[in-house]
Design a binder for this molecule. Structure first.
Ligand SMILES: Nc1ncnc2c1ncn2[C@@H]1O[C@H](COP(=O)(O)OP(=O)(O)O)[C@@H](O)[C@H]1O
Ligand SMILES: [Mg+2]
Length: 331
């Protein structure tokens, strides 16, 4: 195959990000390795959404920042249109970064309180030396319109807008350079429930209009199911299950996915066993040997404590890292 032509928009291969930390948090304690992301691979095609879910601390934000080149990789590669993403700060990285923008959880933190929103939306154009002042203003007004804001919002300040309007400003700012990927890290978590659906619908409309790809991070599994073409479930820095959202949520194969799904407040199907997880995930400084989930898994057997399961393809097209998953050899 001709690699660049057929290449996905983003290909992540075996991403690893470790941190050196002090064990136990003591000032003069010995150093240890924290495995924030520990071998994550995925491919994201143009116009598609990959949902990333998992408990707090499992490595979702770290993965997002690695994809954009905002954090250096301990190991692994990111390819954009088949081209390896070069180091942050290089001219080529800056130009590839225009293709990939990030939307964070807290719009107020992402915006400058002292600057009118119109100017903030135009700013990426100015930074990249694109268009003259008049054209920048025109483009900013057009993009504000496309995210559902009006011309009179141009001169407002962030604190004069509602949370939902602020997130629209953040989206406008992310979109003004016509990116092809938006990395959305809990983009609706800080919003009122009544506003969340509006912003999600806006994201879906923008995807349909512009062919955007999303890496969509959320702990709201229902939202992830609604927006994603594919879902990856992370546990302690690794993907433990990945595949079609309907399959994955209707019939989760990994015990961890089963636990996440059975914790969804409503709409659990009748007759399904509820699987309630005990305790918090282990510390990523001392990831359990074998399957990292075995310490919380009600089904764990001796093999799970000894042997790390690889992500393997099931007949239905999803990938699962579990020795006991149905449809696997020698379970
Ligand atoms: N700069 C850092 N130094 C040390 N540990 C970090 C740093 N950033 C993140 N971590 C740790 O990496 C793990 C994954 O964090 P993160 O990617 O933010 O998780 P998530 O977004 O899924 O909640 C956590 O254990 C977190 O404490
Ligand atoms: Mg996070």
């Amino acid at each position: 195959m001709n690699a660049p032509l057929d290449a996905p928009l983003v290909q992540a291969e075996n991403l690893v990000r470790h941190y050196r930390v002090r064990r136990g948090g003591r000032l003069f304690g010995e150093h240890a390795t924290l495995r924030a992301v520990d071998g994550v691979s995925f491919a994201l095609q143009a116009g598609r959404t990959l949902g990333l879910v998992g408990e707090s601390g499992c490595g979702k934000t770290t993965t997002a920042r690695l994809v954009l080149g905002l954090l250096t990789l301990t190991a692994g590669t990111i390819r954009v249109d088949g081209e390896i993403l070069p180091g942050a700060g290089t001219a080529r990285w800056r130009s590839l970064r225009q293709v990939m923008q990030m939307v964070f959880q807290d719009p107020l933190a992402a915006l400058d309180r002292r600057v009118a929103v119109g100017r903030q939306v135009m700013e990426p154009l100015a930074i990249h030396g694109i268009a003259n002042a008049g054209e920048r203003r025109e483009r900013a007004l057009a993009i504000l319109h496309s995210v559902g804001l009006q011309a009179h919002h141009f001169d407002r300040y962030p604190h004069e807008l509602s949370g939902g309007q602020r997130q629209r400003v953040v989206l406008a700012r992310a979109l003004i350079l016509s990116p092809r990927l938006l990395v959305c890290d809990e983009p609706i978590s800080a919003l009122d429930v009544s506003i969340q659906a509006q912003v999600v619908n806006l994201l879906l409309d923008l995807q349909a209009e512009r062919g955007l790809a999303y890496l969509f991070i959320s702990h709201d599994l229902r939202m992830v199911r609604q927006v994603s073409h594919e879902v990856a479930v992370m546990y302690l820095g690794r993907i433990v299950e990945q595949g079609d959202p309907d399959l994955l949520f209707a019939a989760p194969a990994h015990p961890y996915t089963q636990a996440l799904v059975s914790a969804i407040p409503v709409a659990t199907e009748r007759g399904r066993k509820r699987l309630i997880l005990k305790g918090d995930p282990p510390n990523p400084v001392s990831v359990p040997p074998g399957c990292a989930f075995h310490t919380r898994c009600p089904m764990a057997v001796a093999r799970c404590r000894a042997e790390t399961p690889a992500l393997r393809l099931l007949d239905d097209g999803r990938r699962v890292a579990c020795h006991l998953a149905p449809g696997m050899a020698d379970a």
